[in-house]
Ligand binder design. Structure first.
Ligand code: FUL
Length: 602
């Protein structure tokens, strides 16, 4: 008891010292800077009182949000355009934003974030800032506005709406001339945030493929944030924004231990970079919130994770990926690893050149929505839906509907009172014996765990370790039907490499053994080594005279290390191929191995 009184007094003095950001005299909204001279225990305890802002909380409850990557790349087959594309290429033949909204809504998605401008700088709305937009395209004779049509469809169906505006712009002449480009960027932001009604998320990606020797643009983030906060107070700022954090990969993988309270500083300036470096953290770090990290930190933030992943290998639509749409099992796994790991899922579903979601994707969305709804509508606990205050070591029993089989549990903390649980376990009473079913570390907004089919009469949840009294909001148990992984293997080469012979290792030269009519190649990155970024691909009939058939970049290979599929513009006869590395993703010159290359033939 003395401890509680002492801590309450201590908390009050800290709050008086800090003066700002606290809600109802108890909690710290979004940010807490520690006063000097706190003990490690005090720091950990205070971390339990950091809470989301109302807009962060509202965003977290959406659980399922959707990305729409649509634009110039849809028509060129690329993942990153270079900005030189002719606007005449943009011509959706049967554009139907309402089809996107209804397909996503039926699958349970609550918001759509549209790529209003990707790295190629092509704007999907008739901006006044550049001619590189839909206004210069043949679509609707230059009178079209994708942003408007999508927003209207969202409004009609009560779907929230967000915009992706790429800071990196490979078309804008002013890019790299920092103040000038910042003015243009602010203007684009203002157009998007004033002409279309409410915007609920603004997504700034962090990509810049120019590399260390390319154009360096210093962004005026403070100004960008100010514009968003003043024009769209209900919008969260994501990724290169300070409300929503990138989970750190594009594969749909949340962390087993996912803290929304972290010292990872969302701001972008020298002091912040220095502090993140001191703590050895970045969005990709495994540990973003342990006690060890907290005791070293000066400031903590409520900075929750968003898991962005595409339903297809690429972010944009490519017809050759129609058979690679993620299976229901893969989507369900992603759901458990995102929504089920204290994150919001941001699933990308890219429309095709008609301007419609492809039938395969629509069907997969339908299956996904049905599976999730059917699984989670039947809670097999009779008494899991009420608040439970748990100290470290506390247990609580819950009743399972008699005779029901379960294989999934769901736990939620009331994050409006902070994220606190550090370790928990779940047992089932089977034939009068308690058996461990599952357990974990963090819970946060939502935690889902799967285990073998079991029919216990009761569940017992134990909060083994918590940073302060845990506020468990609800506990549920479900039966999730088993799923089979049905995806066909992707053929990475039309010809077997059995007869191939390496003629040179670096650069890689391979003798295919006979002449083939070649119309493309594939390159598969290897986790254990740096990936190639800029390449040249050469073909020869005799191994003496060579033709450079293709050169370019494997655009987004760092963040999304999938097999790259590179078609040629024409068919080339050859017996030898050569792959030259011009640069690697980390600035090195990685070699390529024969097993990483596939050859596509007519
Ligand atoms: C990354 C981009 O480079 C990709 O093209 C994609 O837009 C992804 C969501 O973000 O930063």
């Amino acid at each position: 008891m003395r401890n509680i009184i002492f801590f309450t007094g201590f908390l009050l003095s800290v709050m008086i010292l800090m003066g700002c950001n606290q809600r109802a005299n108890t909690y710290f909204e979004k940010k807490l800077t520690y006063p000097d001279l706190l003990t490690s225990d005090q720091k950990v305890k205070l971390a339990a009182y950091i809470v989301p802002t109302p807009r962060q909380y509202e965003w977290q409850q959406l659980e399922l949000t959707a990305f729409i990557h649509f634009g110039m790349n849809t028509f060129t087959g690329r993942e990153w355009g270079d900005g030189s594309e002719d606007p005449a290429l943009f011509h959706p033949t049967d554009f139907d934003a309402e089809q996107w909204v209804t397909a996503l809504q039926e699958a349970g998605f609550k918001m759509i974030i549209l790529t209003a401008k990707h790295h190629d700088g092509f704007c999907l709305w008739p901006t006044k800032t550049t001619a590189h937009s839909v206004a210069s395209s043949p679509w609707h004779n230059g009178q079209g506005d994708v942003v408007k049509e999508v927003k209207e469809a969202c409004d009609k169906h009560n779907m929230k709406f967000g915009v992706y505006l790429s800071p990196w712009d490979r078309n804008a002449g002013s890019y790299g001339d920092s103040p000038k480009y910042n003015v243009l960027f602010v203007q684009q932001l203002m157009e998007l945030l004033t002409h279309y009604g409410e915007v609920n998320e603004v997504w700034f990606d962090g990509a810049n493929g120019e590399g260390p020797n390319g154009k360096v643009q210093e962004y005026d983030w403070a100004r960008f944030y100010q514009v968003i906060d003043s024009l769209q107070p209900n919008a969260v700022k994501a990724i290169m924004g300070d409300d929503v954090r990138w989970v750190g990969n594009e594969q749909g993988l949340g962390r087993e231990t996912e803290w929304s309270v972290t010292p990872l500083n969302p701001d972008i300036n020298d002091a912040v970079t220095h502090e993140n470096r001191r703590l050895n953290i970045s969005p990709t770090a495994e540990d973003l919130g342990s006690r060890e990290l907290i005791v070293e930190a000066k400031t903590l933030y409520w900075y929750p994770s968003e898991v962005d992943v595409s339903i297809r290998p690429g972010w944009f639509y490519h017809p050759e990926q129609d058979h690679q749409v993620k299976t229901l099992q893969q989507l369900v796994d992603i759901y458990y690893r995102s929504v089920g790991m204290n994150s919001v899922l941001l699933l990308n579903v890219p429309p095709d050149t008609r301007g419609k979601l492809h039938e395969v994707d629509v069907e997969r969305l339908r299956q996904f929505g049905t599976y999730i709804t059917n699984t989670f509508k039947n809670d097999k606990l009779t008494d899991g839906q009420f608040a439970w205050k748990a100290r470290s070591g506390a247990s609580k029993e819950f009743n399972v509907v008699p005779g029901e089989t379960i294989n999934t549990v769901m736990l939620q903390e009331d994050i409006q009172k902070g994220q606190r649980v550090e370790e928990f376990s779940v047992e089932g009473l089977v034939h009068n014996k308690w058996v461990k079913l599952t357990g974990g570390t963090t819970i946060g907004y939502k935690r889902l765990l799967r285990f073998e089919d079991t029919a216990p009469s009761k569940l017992r949840v134990t909060v083994a370790e918590t940073r302060d009294i845990a506020n468990i909001k609800s506990v549920g148990a479900y039966y999730a039907p088993a799923l089979e992984n049905k995806q066909a293997d992707t053929l990475l080469s039309d010809i077997s490499s059995n007869a191939w012979r390496i003629a040179s290792e670096n650069p890689l030269i391979v003798d295919l053994g006979q002449i083939y009519s070649i119309n493309g190649f594939t390159y598969s990155p290897d986790e254990s080594k740096e990936s190639v970024f800029n390449y040249a691909f050469l073909i020869s009939e005799d191994g003496v005279s060579w033709e450079e058939v293709k050169k370019g970049e494997f655009s987004n290979i760092r963040n999304n290390p999938i097999s790259q599929h590179v078609p040629f513009d024409r068919v080339v006869n050859g017996r030898f191929f050569q792959v030259e590395t011009r640069s690697g993703v980390d600035g090195g010159k990685p070699s390529v191995e024969m097993r990483q290359i596939g050859i596509l033939t007519e």
